[in-house]
Design a protein around this ligand. Structure first.
Ligand code: CA2
Length: 149
């Protein structure tokens, strides 16, 4: 069966490439979506790319991922640092979730050092800008391959 990965992006990430290029770069979320689609095609897998500014919509997408996708790449944006609800959802869906950030959250303000996602994620990729997305796809595919073996 063709593997399927959900790539979920949280609040304000729709603004990528339009503001704060010194922090987040000039690549837009649409560019990242195309990059992920190309990467997925090269690996013969399916990716579904979603963005929402609403915590509930992100929760619904995580719940729906169970039985639909093999794993999730999640850039939860600022909800990373606040959302116990997202943490609980990740714990409950029994899917591998990679936490992703464009910036190195550990090198930024103290409040960004706390992640409610990290304790329930498979792992975390941060600080590599848009390149982190294909890296996360590779990491997830590698983990899924090892889990199958
Ligand atoms: O580095 C990341 O990917 C973050 O998840 C981005 C979040 C931030 O709250 C996290 O601490 C780290 C913010 C996304 C906001 O993106 C914008 C992009 C352009 C202009 C304004 C906001």
């Amino acid at each position: 069966m063709t593997r399927s990965i959900l790539i979920l992006n949280g609040p304000n990430l729709n603004l990528l490439g339009t503001r704060q290029p010194e922090v987040y770069g000039t690549t837009t979320l649409h560019d990242i979506e195309k990059m992920c689609a190309n990467h997925a095609a090269a690996h013969g897998i399916t990716v579904v790319f979603l963005q929402s500014n609403h915590e509930g919509a992100l929760l619904d997408a995580l719940h729906a991922a169970r039985g639909t996708h093999d794993g999730v790449i999640l850039n939860a944006g600022a909800y990373t640092h606040t959302s116990i609800a997202l943490m609980d959802a990740i714990s409950s869906i029994q899917l591998p979730v990679i936490e992703l950030h464009l910036s190195n959250i550990h090198a930024r303000e103290e409040f960004r050092h706390t992640s409610y996602i990290a304790p329930v994620a498979l792992g975390q990729i941060c600080g590599f800008g848009a390149a982190g997305y294909p890296l996360a796809i590779d990491a997830l595919l590698s983990w899924l391959g090892a889990a199958d073996a």
